[in-house]
Design a protein around this ligand. Structure first.
Ligand SMILES: [Zn+2]
Length: 85
């Protein structure tokens, strides 16, 4: 999943999916829907310029549907949290 905000300057944040599912039902941190663990997965992204600092999120496995349902404000929040230190 890649969150892009048209610039200038263009901002983008790539969220890397991790293997496996989430253990139980949870709320997706992007679209905020309540889903079963099998529909959710863990994703991570680096924070700021330090590649050793990672942030983990629980998001829908179906990232395209998730991004279309999520409020733009919420996606922007996730994006900024990855870019700012
Ligand atoms: Zn979602």
């Amino acid at each position: 999943m890649v969150i892009v905000e048209k610039g200038p300057p263009e901002l983008r944040l790539a969220l890397e999916p991790l293997p496996g599912h989430v253990g139980g039902p949870q709320v997706c941190e992007a679209c905020r829907r309540h889903l079963s663990g099998s529909a959710l997965g863990f994703f991570r992204h680096p924070v700021g310029s330090r590649e050793t600092h990672l942030r983990y999120l629980v998001l829908c496995q179906d990232t395209e549907a998730c991004a279309s349902r999520a409020e733009p404000e919420r996606l922007r929040e996730i994006l900024l949290r990855g870019i700012l230190t």
